[in-house]
Write a protein of this length. Sequence first.
Length: 167
Amino acid sequence: MTARIPSALHRLSRRLRLVQSAGAIVAIAACQAPRTASSESAFRSAVAGVDWQLIELNAKTAPAGAGGRRVTLRFDADSARVTGFAGCNRFGGSYTMAGDSLRFGPLATTRMACTEGMQLESDLTAALMATRRYELTSTQLKLFGASGAVARFSRLIPTAKERSPDT
């Protein structure tokens, strides 16, 4: 009987180590892997109300727009609308999604003429209109067209000065 107890404890200990290892692998994968929101409401709650700053456009580091301003994108969860700064002008439009599919509807822009940012604006609107799907992590939003990545945005964290007093 005494020989069986250490053997059973050894088997139990080995099983526990396997379970712990499997749990660690799942946890690491969950933290690092891009994901798509499981539903339209999950996507909207994950991206809405936050400014997303363009960091890459068509596989190149995104330049600053007019006046050194960075391109931004903001989703509105209630209206399925998107707004932002495109490099020279502000823009707005609609978006639709299903699963990992994301498409931007017609975009309207203000009509200022800038000495900087006009090409960036043109490239951004083309990328948004070419978008067919997305990948989302806690800090990044990647947009993909039919032939690959078209844009990558980073979640902007407001500075203390930018936050409202009630947050």
